[in-house]
Ligand binder design. Sequence first.
Ligand code: 9MR
Length: 473
Amino acid sequence: MRKQTLAGVVFSAALLGAGITDAFAADETLRSYAEKNGIYIGAILNSQWFGGGLPSQYEQVHKTQFNIVVAENEMKFDATEPSENRFNYNNGDKMVRYAKQNGMRVRGHALAWHSQVPNWVNNYKNDKKKLLSVLKNHIDNVVGHWKGQVDEWDVVNEAISNNEPQWRGFSVWYQGIGPEFIDSAFVWAHAADPNAELCYNDYNLEQGVNPKAKAGFLLEQVKRWVANGIPIHCVGSQTHVEDTTTDKHFIGSPDSLRSLARELAKLNIKLKITELDIGFKSGINVSKSDLERQGQTFRQYLDIILEEPNADTYLIWGVSDKWSWLGGLNRQKGLIYDDNLKPKPAFDSIMVRLQNFEPPQDTSKQDTTVSDTTVTDTTKKDTAATDTVGQDTTISIAKIVGPAGLSMQLNGHTLSVKGAVSARVDVFDMQGRPVFSAKNVKGSVDLKDVSEGLYVVRVRSGSASLTKRIAIK
Ligand code: 9MR
């Protein structure tokens, strides 16, 4: 399977550099590097945006940094069909226009879900035939209205129970129709827009792929749907997770989610991360190192999307910690921008990863090529910096030539830069934190103050830029 092409994405956004740390140039945005890697990176449009209640900087950050969008609440059942057969598309239309203007892909969320169902639907809870026609009518109209404009839909959301691997009981659709509401919803959505990608979306899917976990149960259903010709194309993993150091009870992990991606690949089904946040418990004091560790976890989830061929989307459930649903879950600070819309270490961490990811060219050589410290092996599950450095006994990199003849070469601790009158050199650690920076470099620069480890070095001169992963011993 190939990554989805981003050919349709037009980069018309004014890249003004909003929300970019000083370490990154104005044209270095998450979306520009995501596009280079053939993936989508996004954040919801918060409900407050629809009412015009957010500062202009919010939208500036959003459209500059992201290339896929989803509405926090505005395409849900209660928003789109508040009373029977009377549809309201105003807010959804507003988002679709915004996405078009800014060259973004659109996700639709969500068609059949137990929550945010308007009261009138419950009047029919004991009438299976009527409920079926209510759900069909909703899907026909909503998917039909945005046919060709909403690229992918969460057709069914959260239909599996939290604790036990079984269907969720308290759902008007499940109780009134039975689990076959799911199969039908996919069939109707496909009929309404045959080109839309259709997903099953749920949370706690990063807690292991075994029969006792939600992901194991889901996998069995996906196998059945695929075998029965149900038009399902993707699984959305919401990935609302918690920092595992400050909450010892949280059991999710990037490795578990990666296992699910690999199982889904066997069925030709994609995995998307659709609602990512990595929160801390409310009330605890979140330190700088907590935020850096959070950044590393953000990067580990991104690695799945970059490395697994059937994974293509990395969507965060919010932009800034200031406007986040997480308080309601007794969590805090789970996003990549702080209360003042300033990028957090998590932003730097995923930015540097996006900039430096190199798809493996020859997988048979994985883990073996260490003579060149440019370390093209980026395919490990977790970029275990210490392991890689441990295998790497040299500290020179072959000459790397980039655009406009700009080149760099590392010998010992001396980085030589050629092809530039003067250059800026930045070195970042693997979590994207700047560890060294020098301006007006002519010829060479001494990195002796950079301690042993794995880093990313970037050389820039004018509009030319070269970035490489290096090991320093
Ligand atoms: O972020 C949404 C919040 O504003 C709503 O009050 C809430 C109501 O159910 O839904 C939130 O979004 C949820 C999403 O639709 C489905 N997955 C869980 C999300 C966070 O609760």
